[in-house]
Design a protein around this ligand. Structure first.
Ligand code: GRF
Length: 221
């Protein structure tokens, strides 16, 4: 299933926390020329800070707390029912700290995007920045990719790189990477919403012409 070209694409954003990436998508999508609109925000945590921020901007929000459901399947079934109601073209995971099941992903395959704060395939999973520092990396960055069944493993749509500086801690590095996350996710969403990049046979296929590309290099390098 891929995203077809046409009118503004309907996007639902999934969050678990503060939602700064969600806010960058919302703010970019207020541009009348942006090819997508954020129609709703869904969280697995009722206390996620991003929910109130989205609601304050007039965006529909809902939370599905795992402990309110008997099983992962029942939890996901409730979210899938909400998605059936919302009819999104694209789902953006933005700091959503829960693995989606294969069945969930298959229902929306090719239409779910995720952002991860590393240059994938390096450092998937948790403690990304700590591991990049321990490996002695000189570059870090973020990746937006299509979601497949393996964690942080799907085809890459866009990446951005930032330098790792002497004295960096996981916190200072995370903050630097976050600044480019806020540019990279809107770029990737644009590419997918315009049909310039699509997932086909497990790969990200680019139909981009001219200068459209999924690469951002921080000017700080
Ligand atoms: C970001 O670093 C994102 O890459 C990771 O979780 C963090 C979420 O931050 N998956 P925010 O909630 O978007 O501020």
């Amino acid at each position: 299933m891929s995203v077809t070209a046409g009118a503004k694409k309907r996007v639902v954003v999934f969050i678990s926390g503060g939602g700064s990436n969600m806010l960058s998508l919302v703010s970019t999508a207020t541009d009348p020329d942006f090819p997508a609109e954020i129609i709703a925000v869904i969280s697995d945590k009722a206390e996620a800070g991003g929910l109130a921020k989205a609601a304050a901007l007039g965006i529909a929000t809902s939370s599905f707390v795992r402990r309110d459901f008997q099983s992962k399947e029942a939890h996901e079934a409730a979210i899938l029912a909400e998605l059936d109601r919302l009819q999104p073209d694209i789902i953006c995971l933005a700091g959503y700290m829960r693995l989606l099941s294969a069945a969930f992903i298959q229902r929306h395959e090719g239409r779910i995007l995720n952002i991860h704060p590393s240059l994938l395939p390096l450092f998937p999973g948790l403690n990304t920045h700590q591991r990049a520092l321990e490996a002695g990396m000189k570059l870090a960055g973020c990746s937006v990719h299509f979601v497949t069944e393996a964690m942080d493993d799907g085809p890459i749509i866009a990446q951005a790189a930032v330098p790792i500086l002497a004295g960096d801690t996981p916190e200072t590095l995370a903050a630097r990477v976050l600044t480019v996350e806020h540019k990279t996710y809107p770029l990737a969403l644009r590419l997918v919403a315009e049909g310039q990049v699509e997932m086909k046979e497990g790969r990200a296929v680019s139909h981009a012409v001219g200068e459209a590309s999924g690469t951002l290099i921080s000017p700080a390098i």
